[in-house]
Unconditional design. Structure first.
Length: 219
């Protein structure tokens, strides 16, 4: 039967709505929106998560080599922007999508167009920023001398800011909480750059905190 129906049906039945409905945060990106059937499956999962009160987190994570048409990539990114509560976006992505060289001008365009509560901008060696309501909080990067590779640094940064959202929530964040979030995420990302691989080398919370404290002492 599955051979006759094809892989579309097989994929759409993999994850039950009950699992998605239990999520406190549902994170998604455009990597699962490049083609069908994963695009429809992703949108369905987003719908279920939203209906059940989950915070929606979006990281465009645009990879040009995966798209046949970058106009389609922009359309899928716009969909994500229109529905997310938290956006993690890179410096090159904000410039590409907004067509603005200045990061803050590009972010303000997104805020005005999509009313996204929290936007986090990653800028590599130049650090990161949080845009929340009328606040702009910036934190310098924690640069490691023994950097090996940067693969996974952005994903690590993104995961750590969700860790803090689970801790503090999304409503009424203070400047100190935003700074703490960025510093913690930057510290974790800096550790990842010193290790080969990604998933098997994720640092513990204690290790991240130790690195964060060290950089804060010497800065």
């Amino acid at each position: 039967m599955l051979n006759k129906l094809g892989h579309h049906t097989a994929f759409l039945g993999k994850v039950g709505d009950d699992i998605i409905a239990d999520a406190k945060i549902f994170h998604f990106g455009t990597l699962s929106m490049t083609n069908e059937p994963v695009r429809s499956a992703t949108r369905h999962a987003i719908k279920v998560a939203k209906e059940n009160g989950a915070i929606l987190s979006f990281d465009p994570n645009i990879r040009e080599s995966l798209w046949k048409d970058m106009e389609d990539a922009g359309a899928q990114m716009a969909y994500g922007l229109s529905i997310c509560d938290i956006l993690k976006i890179s410096d090159n992505e904000i410039q590409w999508f907004s067509r603005k060289e200045d990061y803050t001008e590009g972010i303000h365009m997104l805020q005005q167009t999509y009313q996204i509560p929290l936007i986090l901008l990653s800028m590599g060696k130049d650090g990161s920023r949080a845009y929340y309501k009328d606040m702009l909080v910036g934190v310098l990067a924690f640069l490691q001398k023994n950097t090996i590779e940067t693969t996974g640094a952005g994903d690590t940064f993104g995961a750590c800011r969700l860790h803090h959202i689970l801790k503090y929530g999304l409503d009424n964040l203070a400047e100190r909480q935003l700074k703490e979030m960025l510093r913690f995420a930057n510290a974790a990302a800096s550790i990842i750059t010193t290790r080969k691989g990604v998933l098997r080398v994720m640092p513990s919370v204690e290790k991240i905190q130790n690195i964060k404290n060290y950089f804060e002492r010497i800065s």
